[in-house]
Design a protein around this ligand. Structure first.
Ligand code: ADP
Ligand code: MG
Ligand code: ZN
Length: 624
């Protein structure tokens, strides 16, 4: 009711005001105090009229502009009186024969005064408007009037013509592409499906970790089908003013319907789609409202409207179940981190325009980048290319990829140089890790050991798994603990003291040991129980109602003891192995101090080939 006509009237009023303002402002030029003072002195002012805090006056002859920035002066002038004015100016006018008049501020009501009034009232009017909109909750305060565009959804539109992305640009992910192929078919020929009364998918939810190509996939789906692509980010719905989020949704859906067939992409839908009623404190009304609006818009789709909503999230667990109900986002496509072949394919896509040296084997690079997402792989190629560019080379070598990987995994190199003692201690620490990884069959093979300070670490032992692994056995975990504690074990063995540099090792080892006990049932004293220990995102409010710890103090004590036992065992094993192989430890350290960095070949040359067990599949890990 407050919509079109009101907005129109308002806009018209605004237009007139602007016109009047520009008209009246061509009449008088505004000048400053000193200029007026001087002109009075030169007897060039005929008359002045005091109006409230302003002076309006008439020149005898139009003076030259005070400076180049001021436009040409007119017959009349205007000046704002400084607040601190005493009677100086008045006296000055009198002594220089200026005719002085005065009107009270509310004397005449000129067009200018009207505008002034308008300007005073406007903010208040706006405020009332919004307050009123707030009371109406779901309403859109601006309606569809001209001002409505202020809050039009910022869904960006990509016409088919400026879409270059197709499934060809999406490497690997065959499974996801297959799932989306149906959507493509439908968008291409909606009639074929509608004729048979087939239920058309309304919503597709892409789920997967950040950077795995969800946005890319959605865009490629639109490109593949040759339909417009509207994208909006979930967080863009959340606006300062209540009611606007919901109105954006309505607006966005309307635009999409007008342009069907098309794809509407809601990125990071978890920003709005979280379970309703969850969360700390208040302030979620807006979000719930927006979510409700999305749901009701999706329910309102006619079968004839070929609009498919694709949403992406990396937190499917926090989504409101109502979003996932049939008829809404009922198709789920999981977008996972790529496998080894997938990574190789993604690397290939992104190095299409990068000149690679003959020694670069993208399959090898893929093997060494386990756990990397598509975005990280893209970054890897880019960092490698940057590396080559920095050295003014015209192709990218395998060494560039190695350095790029190190940088991404461990942070940039640090400038500072370690002192000889510090360096020796760091070298022993890393040699300890490396030797344990070398000798413990269940720990992955060593890729590289360095004592070059990087990121937060002084040195790094990098492991390189041969293949992706999805599950870890108990034995491997115990060996992992020994490996992680091996750095400080070496320090203690050689220098008879621990350094503070092992904090991270301890933290990570403790974390693993705790999970072994509380989640994976690997402790005989605790048995096959999985405890929840409050790690489940209390900030999302989902778990807030229940107590975060589900076990008694007695159990807590046993858990702590078991964790400790696992860690002590690991430490003892590390100490024992390092003591047994002390000469190898020393040899490795000497080489490390000298060369700063050792790879598999170099380590093999010093201490012989690693102990391997072929039936097990190793994993990636880094021990700083
Ligand atoms: P998400 O939306 O899942 O966070 P994006 O779609 O924004 O991830 O992906 C980020 C970048 O990573 C993309 O621009 C793309 O260049 C790259 N990328 C991710 N996955 C792939 C893939 N399968 N093939 C090619 N490039 C990919
Ligand atoms: Mg994204
Ligand atoms: Zn360490």
């Amino acid at each position: 009711m407050f919509s079109a006509s009101w907005s129109m009237l308002f806009a018209a009023g605004l237009l007139i005001a602007v016109l009047l303002f520009s008209l009246s402002s061509t009449k008088n030029s505004t000048v400053d105090y000193v200029f007026v003072w001087k002109q009075a002195e030169e007897k060039n002012i005929e008359s002045v009229e005091f109006q409230g805090d302003k002076i309006k006056g008439h020149w005898k002859h139009i003076p030259d502009s005070p400076d180049s920035k001021t436009p040409k002066l007119t017959d009349d002038f205007e000046m704002v009186l400084p607040m601190a004015l005493d009677h100086e100016l008045l006296d000055h006018f009198r002594t220089n024969g200026v005719i002085i008049k005065a009107t009270s501020a509310d004397g005449t009501f000129s067009s200018r005064d009207f505008i002034w009034l308008l300007i005073q009232i406007l903010p208040l009017a706006f405020l009332m408007w919004f307050l009123w909109g707030m009371m109406r909750r779901n309403s859109d305060p601006f309606g569809s009037g001209p001002l409505g565009s202020f809050i039009r959804s910022p869904a960006k539109r990509f016409k088919p013509s400026d879409q270059q992305t197709t499934f060809d640009d999406v490497a690997a992910m065959e499974h996801a592409k297959q799932d989306l192929q149906e959507v493509v078919e439908f968008l291409k020929t909606p009639a074929k499906f509608q004729r048979l009364g087939a239920q058309i998918p309304k919503g597709v939810l892409l789920m997967g970790p950040p950077g795995t190509g969800k946005t890319l996939l959605a865009r490629a789906t639109a490109g593949e089908a040759g339909v417009p692509f509207y994208a909006i980010n979930g967080s863009e719905f959340i606006q300062m003013f209540v009611g606007v989020g919901a109105s954006r949704v309505r607006d966005m859906f309307r635009t999409a319907k007008e342009n069907a067939p098309c794809i509407l992409f809601v990125d990071e839908i978890d920003a709005v789609g979280r379970i309703r009623g969850a969360g700390l404190g208040g302030g979620h009304d807006e979000r719930e409202q927006t979510l409700n609006q999305i749901l009701s818009e999706m329910d309102g789709f006619q079968q004839t409207e070929a609009v498919i909503v694709i949403a992406a999230t990396n937190r499917p667990d926090v989504l409101d179940p109502a979003l996932l109900r049939p008829g809404r986002f009922d198709r789920h496509v999981t977008v996972d981190r790529p496998t080894k072949t997938g990574r190789a394919a993604i690397l290939k896509v992104h190095s299409r325009r990068v000149p690679l040296n003959d020694d670069v084997n993208l399959d090898k690079v893929a093997a060494g980048s386990i756990g990397f997402s598509g975005a990280e792989l893209k970054n890897l190629v880019n960092e490698a290319a940057l590396n080559a560019a920095r050295d003014n080379r015209d192709n990218v070598t395998s060494e560039d990829f190695d350095q790029a990987r190190d940088k991404i995994l461990m942070g940039p190199k640090r400038e500072e140089v370690l002192g000889p003692k510090e360096r020796e201690m760091t070298a022993y620490h890393e040699a300890g890790h490396a030797l344990l990884a070398w000798l413990l069959a269940e720990v992955d093979s060593v890729h590289k050991v360095t004592v070059i300070p990087r990121g937060r670490a002084l040195g790094v032992t990098q492991l390189m798994p041969d293949e992706d692994r999805y599950n870890i056995g108990e034995k491997r975990l115990h060996s992992q603990l020994a490996f992680m504690l091996g750095g400080r074990a070496a320090e203690k063995l050689v220098f008879n003291e621990y350094s503070a540099g092992a904090e991270d090792d301890l933290k990570r080892a403790t974390q693993i040991a705790r999970r072994m006990v509380t989640r994976w049932g690997m402790s005989t004293a605790i048995g096959p129980v999985a405890f929840r220990d409050g790690e489940e995102h209390p900030f999302l409010g989902k778990e807030m109602a229940s107590d975060s710890r589900e076990y008694s103090d007695d159990t807590a004590r046993i858990i702590d003891a078991e964790v400790q036992r696992f860690l002590i065992q690991g430490d003892q094993r590390a100490v024992q192995i390092l003591t047994e192989h002390r000469s190898k430890l020393d040899a490795l350290t000497v080489a490390l101090v000298e060369k700063e960095s050792l790879d598999i070949g170099e380590i093999t040359a010093i201490i012989g080939p690693p102990v391997r067990r072929d039936d097990e599949q190793p994993s990636q890990d880094i021990a700083p």
